[in-house]
Design a protein around this ligand. Structure first.
Ligand SMILES: Cc1cc2nc3c(=O)[nH]c(=O)nc-3n(C[C@H](O)[C@H](O)[C@H](O)COP(=O)(O)OP(=O)(O)OC[C@H]3O[C@@H](n4cnc5c(N)ncnc54)[C@H](O)[C@@H]3O)c2cc1C
Length: 545
């Protein structure tokens, strides 16, 4: 079915998450007419904020801190500050409270971080500054390499150029080593190791596995260079800036429009149909900011997908589920022992061992007994988030996609109905209560979102998976989302995967969206040359009978 003129565009982008919005911006910048279709009533995907928890409080519904965006050339080049985006920073980037009242703290100023570490273990400060110095040599090139399509040709050359100054093969070995080993070979105190390990724990890679070192180092050093910034007024302001930029350049957005089908005709993606049956035609490209399993499993006719892709997609693995809790407090978190500098992000785990145990339990299908919490003090970071003297707080942790059993007191069944999610939220809250006695008595309202609720709010968060697929090494780089499809191109010409399911995966950096848009433009240019020749050949053939 072909679409009327008002519904024909050069490109259609499915999904207005950060990646869809980045792709749409890049395509409209190239002069293409672009339609962005979003299932939810608002844009942003997992970059969204709301005021539903408590009057006067802003809570980020999903993601919160954006070091990856701050470090990403793609996001920087969009100059979102011109569309209202203002970044805010907490006094300290990251904190990890210990039961004995001490804190591992990362200040934005590396000298302060080093001095704090030295106070806990002489020599760690110098080792920290040395690690920062190594990162100064190669960090930019490494991030650029990771955020461009794989293999990173230009980025790779730049990496090779910077590698000798960063320590050559020793640096490569460090990146490939587990984060635990990376920390233990450098530091004697517990602070640097727990900060590195906690940051590695943002991905679903066990802390004693290869790959965790790279993740831990990258997140930690970004904290030390660009910080962990948040958009003033809420995460939604970031998405709004992306949307405003796109629309100011002529792009069109339709919200509350779920794409139900991708049309393929003449062997290429030719358009989409929304759930109410409305057809839209794409002259040059369809970019899908959707999870890979939905793209190949739901949106395309099975006959349009090669058998090998169906077969390989059966081995596509999601990352674990998530439970997120938001609190509105009538005062600051009553830390038993307050830190010298208030951190925006804080992690909760008694030790690296306990953190790893929780990650391992989730990996093995067990609901963690002592969940490792990633958490944020949002009013500390951005005073516009709630009235003066109060605090907007959140914490999330991971749970298995398929539960074998509860490693705790056996009360969580893993069905993640309301009851399960609330009980598990109690377990999470208890962890903070032990470090901040009286936390519970400061709560005015609490909101709990388990895997089901997260998915209902964003179809890409399947079973509460936040990264569009596991970050395990066998599903990264050219194996993402499946071997043989490691680039934005799909087996269907004109269709590009631009979500976190594509390399380089989850996080708000815009790279999958940018990679998909670039691939669409490159193919569009070739098509521009080839199509007239193809049409001419067809007409000649027709004339010759
Ligand atoms: C709880 C949570 C905390 C996180 N914390 C952080 C953090 O602090 N920092 C960070 O960098 N990253 C964080 N992340 C990860 C980050 O938010 C994601 O990796 C990122 O949003 C992925 O972007 P995306 O554009 O690929 O997909 P999404 O942001 O998931 O957006 C996909 C969009 O597509 C829409 N969609 C899906 N299917 C269809 C369809 N058929 N038709 C129309 N629209 C459709 C969805 O409604 C959604 O709007 C977090 C994620 C979660 C869930």
């Amino acid at each position: 079915m072909s679409a009327p003129a008002g519904r024909t565009f050069d490109a259609i982008v499915i999904g207005a998450g950060p990646n869809g919005l980045v792709a749409a911006n890049h395509l409209v910048d190239a002069g293409w007419s672009v339609l962005l279709l979003e299932e939810q009533p608002t844009v942003g995907g997992a970059v969204h904020s709301d005021t539903d928890v408590h009057p006067g409080f802003v809570h980020d519904t999903f993601s919160t801190f954006y070091p990856l965006a701050a470090a990403s050339r793609t996001i920087q080049d969009l100059r979102l500050e011109e569309y209202g985006l203002v970044w805010r920073h907490a006094p300290a980037v990251l904190g990890h409270p210990f039961a004995d009242g001490q804190w591992a703290l990362q200040h934005r100023d590396r000298e302060i971080t080093a001095a704090l570490m030295d106070r806990q273990h002489a020599g760690d400060g110098e080792a920290w500054l040395e690690l920062c110095g190594t990162w100064d040599e190669i960090g930019d090139a490494l991030i650029t390499g990771l955020l461009t399509p794989f293999p990173p040709v230009r980025g790779g050359l730049s990496l090779l150029r910077h590698l000798p100054k960063a320590g050559g093969l020793d640096f490569v070995k460090m990146l490939l080593s587990p984060v635990v080993q990376m920390a233990d070979t450098r530091f004697g105190g517990q602070a640097p190791g727990i900060l590195l390990a906690g940051n590695a724990g943002h991905a679903d890679i066990p802390l004693d596995s290869p790959g965790s070192g790279l993740m831990g180092l990258m997140m930690t050093m970004m904290g030390q260079t660009v910080g962990f910034p948040v958009p003033e007024g809420g995460a939604g302001k970031f998405a709004e800036a992306l949307a405003a930029r796109f629309q100011a350049r002529g792009g069109r957005i339709e919200t509350s429009s779920r794409v139900a089908h991708i049309d393929v005709s003449g062997g290429r993606a030719s358009g989409v149909r929304t759930a109410d049956g409305t057809p839209y035609e794409a002259r040059r490209a369809v970019v899908a900011d959707v999870v890979a399993s939905a793209l190949y499993g739901d949106l395309l006719d099975p006959t349009d997908v090669p058998a090998k892709v169906h077969q390989r997609m059966q081995h596509f693995r999601l990352d674990p589920g998530t439970v997120k809790v938001d609190w509105a407090l009538d005062g600051p978190i009553p830390w038993a022992s307050p830190p010298p500098y208030a951190p925006g992000t804080f992690h909760v785990a008694d030790s690296r061992h306990e953190m790893n145990q929780a990650l391992q339990q989730v990996h093995d299908g067990y609901v963690p007994a002592s969940p490792f919490l990633l958490a944020g003090q949002m009013t500390t970071t951005d005073p516009t988030r709630s009235p003066a003297g109060t605090e907007s707080v959140w914490a999330y942790t991971h749970v298995p996609q398929q539960t074998v059993a509860d490693a705790g007191d056996g009360t969580i069944r893993g069905t993640w109905d309301l009851d399960d999610a609330e009980r598990f939220a109690d377990r999470m809250q208890d962890r903070i209560e032990r470090l901040a006695p009286g936390f519970g008595s400061r709560i005015m309202t609490r909101r709990v979102m388990g895997p089901r609720e997260l998915q209902a709010r964003n179809a890409n968060l399947v079973g509460g998976a936040i990264n569009g697929g596991t970050a395990a090494i066998d599903q990264q780089l050219f194996f993402r989302p499946i071997p043989g499809l490691g680039r934005a191109e799909t087996p269907i010409p004109g269709l590009f995967l631009g979500s976190a399911s594509a390399h380089p995966g989850g996080g708000v950096h815009g790279a999958p969206g940018m990679n998909a848009a670039r691939a669409a433009l490159a193919h569009g240019r070739v098509d521009h040359v080839v199509s007239p020749v193809r049409d001419w050949a067809r007409s000649v053939r027709a004339r010759l009978g």
